[in-house]
Design a protein around this ligand. Structure first.
Ligand SMILES: C[S@@+](CC[C@H](N)C(=O)[O-])C[C@H]1O[C@@H](n2cnc3c(N)ncnc32)[C@H](O)[C@@H]1O
Length: 294
């Protein structure tokens, strides 16, 4: 049995939009009971407002967009992890869900199969690979992930920075056990998975860290929780740190949390990619917020 604290942001309709399977997209758009209208409205607004690299005048962000965000070249690391995803998509083991997070937009059943989690709760390849490149660009010594689930983005993070200490927190011991197996299979068994509630574990982890290089928040998409995670990180972030927040438009509360984070005086650059938001603390930089199409 597996307990799932699924802050299941990557709900099916959202995933379909992410993967761009247009026939499916139209189908799901016709199922209003499955749609989060707030999300759809924000998506359309974002599309209308966002730039590609051409509208960006900051050299740092231009380079980031050009060389990291829009770098779609294939990599061996991607292939290995995506081969494992394929396996998980057929894994019929049943798991029992306990949800400490903000829940799923489409399926709050307590029983799920691993293949359902693989389909609905994980970042799709395009986003997971973006997270890999963003982490890789920072050359981090340490990475913290909130929300391991089956360990796919954890594996991407570990492969992105093989020398880094990677610690991932997951609320469900049995999900964490499957993730551990997966990481072992991918040769990333050095990753530490801590099992428990983010609210209890993150403060301990931060207190014992000298500094935070990359933090990826991918679970419990609630306004107050998200702002807590941000506030707790602040004492240990530095000029080269990167905080990545998933699903910044998942709900009105998440949008509010994102706006509060953007406005924080220590934050100098934010990049809103709709699916995720990037937060940088670079010094000597005019405070600026970017919206980029992805
Ligand atoms: C969206 S999934 C993570 C997906 C994963 N990062 C990936 O894409 O490969 C979110 C995970 O966060 C966990 N979670 C949510 N809220 C939590 C909380 N308050 N404490 C601990 N774990 C939590 C859930 O159990 C779930 O497995």
């Amino acid at each position: 049995m597996i307990t799932d604290f699924a802050g299941n942001c990557s709900c099916k309709p959202c995933y379909i939009i992410k993967t761009g399977r247009s026939r499916d997209k139209v189908f799901y758009l016709l199922l209003p009971q499955m749609l989060n209208f707030q999300l759809l409205k924000s998506f359309i607004q974002h599309r209308l407002q966002a730039n590609t690299r051409h509208g960006v005048h900051s050299p740092f962000v231009y380079k980031l967009v050009d060389e990291v965000i829009y770098d779609y070249s294939p990599r061996t690391d991607y292939q290995e992890i995506e081969a494992l995803r394929k396996q998980l998509l057929t894994d019929a083991r049943t798991v029992t869900i306990t949800d400490l997070g903000a829940g799923s937009h489409i399926n709050n059943n307590k029983q799920k199969q691993v293949k359902q989690l693989a389909r609905n709760a994980l970042k799709p390849a395009k986003l997971a690979q973006l997270i890999y490149r963003l982490a890789n660009e920072r050359k981090p010594k340490n990475i913290i992930e909130l929300g391991t689930c089956l360990g796919l983005t954890t594996a991407y993070l570990a492969k992105a920075a093989p020398a880094a200490k990677v610690l991932s927190i997951e609320g469900c011991p049995e999900t964490a056990a499957v993730a551990q197996e997966n990481l072992q299979q991918l040769g990333a068994s050095k990753v530490e998975i801590r099992t428990g509630n983010f609210d209890h574990i993150l403060p301990e982890v931060i207190a014992s860290a000298d500094s935070l290089d990359v933090v990826f928040v991918d679970g419990n998409h609630r306004k107050e929780a998200t702002l807590n995670y941000f506030d707790w990180c602040l004492p240990k972030v530095h000029e080269d740190s990167l905080l990545i927040f998933d699903d910044i438009y998942w709900s009105k509360g998440m949008e509010e949390a994102w706006n509060t984070i953007k406005a924080h005086p220590r934050v100098t650059v934010t990049v809103d990619l709709f699916w995720i938001g990037l937060v940088y603390f670079r010094k000597g930089q005019v405070k600026q917020d970017f919206k980029i199409r992805y």
